[in-house]
Ligand binder design. Structure first.
Ligand code: BGC
Length: 451
C-alpha cells in the first residue's frame, strides 16, 4: 500500500500518543495516612479509601487554549493534527456539571490538569484569575467528595516557553519550578496528589514504535523531526521547540531536573504527595534476539529510578508490545482498538507489578482505557483490567487507586475527535453530555468498592 507523508504521520501516530500521569509518603508529609496496605485476597473488596476516578487533561477538554504551543501546532501548515482542538468539550465552562456527574455516578476522585499556558500566558505574569478558575474546580471536587489529583504539565506548554526552546532550554527546569510554586501557593491546600508531568517518557518511547510500511528506518521520532523541520520554516523561530518534537535527550535531562526542582517547589508551598505519571506499554520479550532489556533501559528505567524518591508513581497503560529485535505488530486476528492497539487489558496488571517492583513506592493507576465506539468493549476492558489490579492488591502491592481515561470523549491530539475514550459522550455541536453504560458500570464498582 502506498501512503503519502501525511498518511504516514497519521498512521504512525496511531501507535503513539495513547501509550498513547504509601505510608512512606505520608509519614513525611504530616498528612493523615491514606488507607494502609490491605491484604484482601479472597474478598472482592478493594482496600478502604481506594481512589476510583476518571481523568482529563486541560488541553483535551477545556477548549480555546490559545496561548499554548499546541494551538500553534494544530494550525501550522502540514500539521500532523487531523483537526484543531477549538472549543474541545468546553470543560472550562462546564466543569461543574462534569464534576457533579462524576460524583453522581459513584466515583470518589477526579484527575485533571491545570494549564500552564493559561496560568502564565506571558513569561513572569501569573494570572490570579486563571488560578481562581482552578480553585473553583478544586472546590467543586471537594464539595462533591471527589479527591482531586492534579497534573501540572500534561504535554502542552505556553507558547513563550516553546519559543525559548521548551525543554531544550537550560532554564526550563527553573521556569517550570517557579510556575509550580506559584500554582501551589494558590491551590495547594485543595490538592490531594500532585503530578509534575504526564508521561515524560513519551519522546523516548517514540523510538520504539514501529510504523507499518514505513520507509526504511523511519520511526515515529523521525516523523516528529520532519514535522519540526516544516514548522521551523513556517515560524522562522530557530529556538522553537515543543514536548513531542524537541531533542529527546536534551529535553529528558532538563525534564528530570525540572521534576526534582518542581517537587521541592510544590512542597515548599504545601506539603502534598508529589509524583509523576509514566506511559508504560506492557513489554513482552519475544525470541532470542529480543531487545526488551534495551527498551526498558532506554524508556522507563531513568524515570523509574527518579520515581523512587517520590511519594507515588502514576501508571498509565493501554496495551502490550511484543519486543523481538523490534516491536512486533499485534498478533494475527487480534482485536484492535480505534487506535490500532491490540485490545489487551491485562497490560495493566503487568505494568503495575513492574512499576511497584522498580520503585517501591505506592502505585496509582492514573490512566487506563480503550478507544472504541462499542461501549460493551469498554465494559469488558474495565472488568479485565480491574481483575488484574485486584490480583496485584491481593499479592500485597500497594495500589491506591484506579483512574480511568477518560471522563469525556475528547480531543485525542493528532487524531482529533475520532477516537472515543470517554465514559461520557459529548455532542460536538451542542456539547450535550450522554452517560455511557460503561460509566454506570464503573461507577457501581466504585460505589461498592468491589468488582
Ligand atoms: C495521554 C492522554 C491520551 C491518552 C490516550 C495518554 O498517553 O496521557 O493525553 O489522550 O493516552 O491516547
Amino acid at each position: 500500500m502506498n501512503m503519502n507523508r501525511r498518511e504516514w504521520m497519521q498512521r504512525g501516530a496511531t501507535f503513539a500518543l495513547g501509550i498513547g500521569l504509601g505510608e512512606r509518603l505520608l509519614a513525611s508529609t504530616g498528612k493523615p495516612p491514606l488507607s494502609g496496605e490491605v491484604k484482601s485476597a479472597g474478598s472482592p473488596k478493594f482496600p478502604p479509601k481506594f481512589l476510583w476516578g476518571a481523568a482529563t487533561a486541560a488541553h483535551q477538554v477545556e477548549g480555546n487554549n490559545v496561548n499554548s504551543d499546541n494551538w500553534l501546532l494544530e494550525r501550522a501548515p502540514n500539521t500532523m493534527y487531523k483537526e484543531p482542538s477549538r472549543d474541545a468539550c468546553d470543560h472550562y465552562h462546564l466543569y461543574e456539571q462534569d464534576i457533579n456527574q462524576l460524583a453522581d455516578l459513584g466515583f470518589n476522585a477526579y484527575r485533571f490538569s491545570i494549564e500552564w499556558a493559561r496560568i502564565e500566558p506571558e513569561k513572569g505574569f501569573f494570572s490570579r484569575a486563571e488560578l481562581e478558575h482552578y480553585r473553583r474546580m478544586l472546590e467543586a471536587c471537594h464539595k462533591r467528595g471527589l479527591t482531586p489529583l492534579v497534573t501540572y504539565s500534561h504535554f502542552t506548554l505556553p507558547r513563550w516557553f516553546a519559543y525559548q526552546g521548551a525543554w531544550e532550554n537550560p532554564e526550563s527546569a527553573d521556569l517550570f519550578a517557579r510556575y509550580c510554586e506559584r500554582a501551589t501557593a494558590q491551590l495547594g491546600d485543595l490538592i490531594a496528589y500532585a503530578a509534575t508531568f504526564n508521561e515524560p517518557d513519551i519522546p523516548y518511547l517514540f523510538h520504539w514504535i514501529n510504523l507499518p510500511n514505513a520507509p526504511a528506518g523511519m520511526d515515529l521520532a523521525g516523523l516528529m523531526a520532519a514535522q519540526k523541520a516544516g514548522l521551523m520554516q513556517h515560524l522562522n523561530a530557530p529556538q522553537f521547540s515543543s514536548f513531542l518534537i524537541g531533542d529527546a535527550e536534551k529535553s529528558r535531562e532538563n525534564m528530570m531536573a525540572a521534576h526534582t526542582k518542581a517537587k521541592s517547589a510544590i512542597k515548599s508551598a504545601k506539603n502534598i504527595p508529589v509524583g509523576l505519571t509514566l506511559a508504560m506499554e506492557d513489554d513482552q520479550p519475544e525470541g532470542p534476539d529480543s531487545r526488551y532489556a534495551e527498551k526498558q533501559a532506554d524508556v522507563y528505567v531513568p524515570w523509574l529510578k527518579l520515581a523512587k524518591q517520590d511519594d507515588f508513581i502514576g501508571v498509565q497503560t493501554y496495551t502490550r508490545s511484543r519486543i523481538a529485535s523490534k516491536a512486533l505488530p499485534p498478533p494475527q486476528g487480534a482485536e484492535l482498538t480505534q487506535m490500532g492497539y491490540e485490545f489487551y487489558p491485562e497490560s495493566l496488571e503487568h505494568t503495575v507489578r513492574l512499576a511497584a517492583k522498580e520503585t517501591a513506592v505506592p502505585v496509582i493507576v492514573t490512566e487506563n482505557g480503550v478507544a472504541t465506539e462499542d461501549d460493551t468493549r469498554r465494559v469488558e476492558y474495565i472488568r479485565r483490567a480491574l481483575a488484574g489490579v485486584k490480583r496485584c492488591i491481593d499479592d500485597g502491592i500497594n495500589v491506591r487507586g484506579y483512574i480511568h481515561w477518560s471522563l469525556l470523549d475528547n480531543f485525542e491530539w493528532i487524531f482529533g475527535y475520532t477516537p472515543k475514550f470517554g465514559l461520557i459522550a459529548v455532542d460536538r455541536e451542542t456539547q450535550k453530555r450522554t452517560v455511557k453504560p460503561s460509566a454506570s458500570t464503573l461507577g457501581k464498582i466504585a460505589k461498592a468498592n468491589s468488582l
